[in-house]
Design a protein around this ligand. Sequence first.
Ligand SMILES: [Zn+2]
Length: 376
Amino acid sequence: MQSISADKIFDGYQFLEAHLAIGIDEIGTIISIHQKNENTIHYDGMLLPGMINCHCHLELSHLKNELPEKTGLLGFIKNIVSKRTDFSPAFIQEKIVEAEKEMIQNGIVAVGDISNGLDTFAIKNKTNIYYHTFVECFGLDENYASTIIEKAKYIKNEFEKYSNASIVLHAPYSVTEKLIEEIKNESTQKIGTIHNQETSSENELFEKGTGAMKDFFTQAFPITPQWNATNKTSLQNYFSHFKSFKNSILVHNTFTSKTDIDFAKSIDTNTFWCLCPNANIYIENALPNAGLLYQENCQVVFGTDSLASNHALNIYEEMKIIQQHFPQIPFEKLLQSITAVGAKALGIDEQFGSFEVGKKPGIVLIKNDKEISVIK
Ligand SMILES: [Zn+2]
């Protein structure tokens, strides 16, 4: 057994008392939490469990620096659709490998990764990182709902050969009622996720049945849903469907209000609010009200989103953006979000997210609040 300690040790829930050290075996399993002794190795900085990235799109890594910033969500969608297939399969694979390496170097041990296809199949089979693949569905013509779900089932079955996967919705504005029903049938008691309230026109679409998002989709597609005014926000329209999921990870939440949070609390699912602040700044130049989410005791987790809308895949830096803008949030709460709470969201807290005897969570050292190294 090796005994290690540091200036500070965050165990996934709180900082350990200064006299304590962690005992680990050669593969990084936590054997004990004990008093420091003469054999304890001391590290300068803070030790914490391997970090959890609850929202990424590894398959978009080749789009790093390709899409202009601050175009708004609709501009971003337009650009990504025109750009994403302009690259060779070999280049796409090369960039996926580089992106995973970057996440490992940044102390990330588990990823909730959105996939539309099988581009990330090869890397996920290597299990360098734990992946839960979210096979994402979208489509505005309900006549295609069965075709979309059949394709998603095929992709999910492939990923499930080597890792966990579930079929999920892309966003409230990109699915039909029929497709939602199909997804619910496939993913009952699984982990669901959705891009939630990422732009203000998403709320307007559902509340008033008007706005830039409605214009965008009705011009782009021959068949779309009616989107009649409901006087309810996006979340309040769709979220009751999420009671069929065991865990629900809502991603972005940039335009989520207290009323939305209250509504979400009334739905019988284990809800997690995933923040991807750098992507929000890249796309919308806006930030979610993280202070409100923590104040309301919501389970907050973090994601990097993809390199199409971010300059790095670094969960610690994502957390620091929120810390800078919302200094009232206790540091321990933020650290919980990137460790123990993230692991709970992905349903992997038996192994990851905390320094507890028997777990093998990965051990990360952070020096000077930014230099990240992986100890185990
Ligand atoms: Zn995303």
